[in-house]
Design a protein around this ligand. Structure first.
Ligand code: ATP
Ligand code: MG
Length: 213
């Protein structure tokens, strides 16, 4: 009897404040290039009303979750998880990946990030802890170089000094210089965001009056 291949799940984590076409293209390219069965979008559960690094207030998790659901609804391979937003406090990627390994026992987990975010994960104290649980897919992103991360392609195994199998895969995607920060700025300045976010998300943003001063 032929053995069933393990399922392959991608995880696209982000603040999604708001979700935009850069996120969607990245997830779809990862799905195609790495033959993923599903991509799980994972909005971060940052506490609302708390300023982020730029001093801006992050929209409440429920609103970011809702926009992520709206944006991904038409893609049968995309699902949205409440795992991080239902967990109190800030979630660490390692905890999320551990939980997903329990929920999807036997599946292979791929953590999808842009070239900027992979840096934060791989320069942690113990990156080899997290690579036990998942493979990273680092996508090109305009303005960020992936070259400096190439040395992390093979992470050393501290226990026996051997190199691990590749745990960071690099992925070229059609370049989209879109960011949530840029979108929020454009809204404040009264500039259009049409074609940068799905139309359904655009309508919900304007209807709710998000990101205006
Ligand atoms: P912000 O400007 O608020 O930081 P963002 O556009 O970077 O927002 P995040 O929610 O921070 O969006 O990102 C979630 C993930 O998507 C990260 O891994 C990030 O690197 C990746 N990402 C975001 N935009 C792009 C893009 N245009 N191309 C490739 N990857 C992207
Ligand atoms: Mg970001």
């Amino acid at each position: 009897m032929r053995q069933k291949k393990p399922a392959r799940y991608g995880v696209m984590g982000g603040t999604f404040n708001p979700i935009h076409n850069g996120h969607l293209v990245t997830a779809e390219e990862a799905r195609m290039q790495f033959a993923l069965d599903k991509v799980i979008f994972m909005p971060a559960g940052k506490p609302p009303h708390k300023p982020d690094r730029t001093g801006e207030t992050v929209l409440p998790a429920e609103e970011r979750y809702l926009m992520t659901v709206i944006a991904t609804a038409s893609n049968p391979h995309f699902i949205v998880s409440r795992l991080e937003i239902d967990r109190p406090g800030i979630s660490y990627t390692i905890d999320t990946v551990r939980s997903l390994n329990k929920i999807y026992a036997g599946a292979q987990i791929f953590f999808i990030t842009g070239a900027d975010a992979v840096w934060e994960i791989l320069t942690w104290k113990d990156p080899e802890k997290i690579v036990d649980f998942c493979t990273f897919i680092a996508a090109t992103r305009p303005g960020y170089s992936l070259n400096k991360f190439k040395k992390y392609h093979l992470l050393p195994n501290k226990n026996n000094n051997t190199a691990l199998t590749p745990k960071v895969e690099f992925m070229k995607i059609p370049a989209l210089a879109i960011s949530s920060t840029g979108i929020r700025r454009r809204i404040k300045a009264g500039h259009p965001i049409r074609y940068l976010v799905p139309e359904s998300v655009l309508n919900y943003i304007y209807k709710s009056g998000f990101y205006h001063e």
